[in-house]
Design a binder for this molecule. Structure first.
Ligand code: SF4
Ligand code: SF4
Length: 345
């Protein structure tokens, strides 16, 4: 397995990392088998978040079983930049769950609006204090929205950024990478399989073989899946002309159906939570439905009923998505879940 250096952090991570979301619905034993398989394949980089249900616990338990020297693994986790107190509590929980004394890369979640960036900068001193105390080593941010990534990079406090990149959403390659290189900021790629839109792992991961500055995070639900991805990464060549053409074909085919979560279509003048509605189906593919609904997402989904069908959001979507149709489709999925729940009562 080859290694990459994550920008000015200097962290030396394997060319792919393990993402902590897909293990959420697994049992502790199943999750452990996935983490151990990843370590066994040579992966040294694991990313999770305090907000990912019991993902940290599962990873911590697997790492205990693996009995690796702590310095042989690079652990990344995240907290929402809500307040100093919130972040302090989240970090302590992460340390306990991951069974470690320090986090290698501590990231603020989802800095995709000016107010979140302002809040992050307001409380960044808290992270500096944790760093002085040896509880964290480096600071990163996860970001949605291509234009925001460069703002976050340029603010100068983050050593890495995590963004959605795959062969369908490849705008960051042209727009973000030059700025990240200029500022020596490491780039992590979430959603290398397009959040479930891409079902060809060979193409999905060969895409990254041509991009030495990006480290994709791979989410798996079985040990076989991680072994398959590692084999692609280790044995395949970067995409040739045929592979590039196939990627382009899939990109064109799905490009009109796929919400990038960029938020350009917001705000809705009538209070509809457009993005949450658009991505609901992709969320329930990865999270157990009932706990996720209890997390408050239902309130956002119900805003569909406020839609006045004005079409204003569609004029702002740079991908020309049929937002009203997508919201209707996702809202119907939600209504079916509610109907089944009521039948069970
Ligand atoms: S079509 Fe619906 S969601 Fe879109 S801007 Fe109009 S009211 Fe809001
Ligand atoms: S609907 Fe379009 S503008 Fe809105 S978040 Fe999705 S891709 Fe972006």
């Amino acid at each position: 397995m080859k290694y990459r250096i994550l920008g000015k952090s200097g962290l030396k991570v394997t060319q792919i990392g393990l993402g902590g979301i897909p293990i959420i619905p697994l049992s502790y034993e199943e999750a452990e088998r996935c983490v151990l398989a990843a370590l066994d394949c040579g992966i040294n980089f694991i990313d999770t978040a305090n907000a990912y249900s019991d993902s940290e616990e599962k990873i911590g338990r697997a790492l205990k079983t693996a009995r690796l020297d702590r310095e042989k693994i690079i652990l990344a986790t995240k907290a929402q930049p809500k307040s100093r107190e919130f972040v302090a509590e989240a970090l302590e929980q992460s340390l306990r769950a991951l069974r470690t004394d320090y986090i290698d890369l501590y990231q603020f979640h989802n800095i995709s609006r000016q107010e979140t960036l302002d809040k992050s900068l307001e409380i960044i001193e808290t992270l500096y204090q944790f760093r002085e105390q040896g509880k964290i080593r480096y600071i990163g941010a996860s970001v949605h929205g291509v234009e925001w990534v460069n703002t976050v990079i340029r603010c100068g406090v983050f050593e890495t950024v995590m963004i959605a990149v795959n062969f369908i959403v490849r705008e960051p390659v042209d727009v973000v990478l030059p700025v990240a290189r200029e500022h020596n900021v490491g780039v992590l790629a979430m959603k290398p399989m397009g959040g479930g839109q891409i079902d060809n792992p060979d193409l999905a991961f060969r895409f990254f073989l041509a991009l030495e500055d990006i480290v994709p995070l791979v989410g798996v639900k079985t040990p076989e899946e991680i072994r398959e991805v590692v084999e692609i990464i280790e044995k395949s060549a970067p995409p040739d002309e045929d592979a590039l053409q196939e990627m382009e074909r899939i990109r064109k085919e799905t490009g009109t159906l796929f919400c990038r979560r960029c938020g350009y279509c917001t705000p809705c003048p009538h209070g509809v939570d457009i993005v949450t509605l658009n991505i609901f189906e992709s969320i329930i593919k990865r999270y157990p439905v009932e706990p996720m609904l209890k997390s408050g997402i239902e309130k956002s989904l119900k805003t569909y009923e406020l839609c006045e069908d004005c079409g204003e959001c569609e004029t702002r979507c740079p991908y020309h998505l049929n937002i009203r149709q997508m919201m209707k489709y996702n809202y119907e999925i939600y209504r079916e879940i509610v109907a089944k729940r009521e039948c069970r009562r």
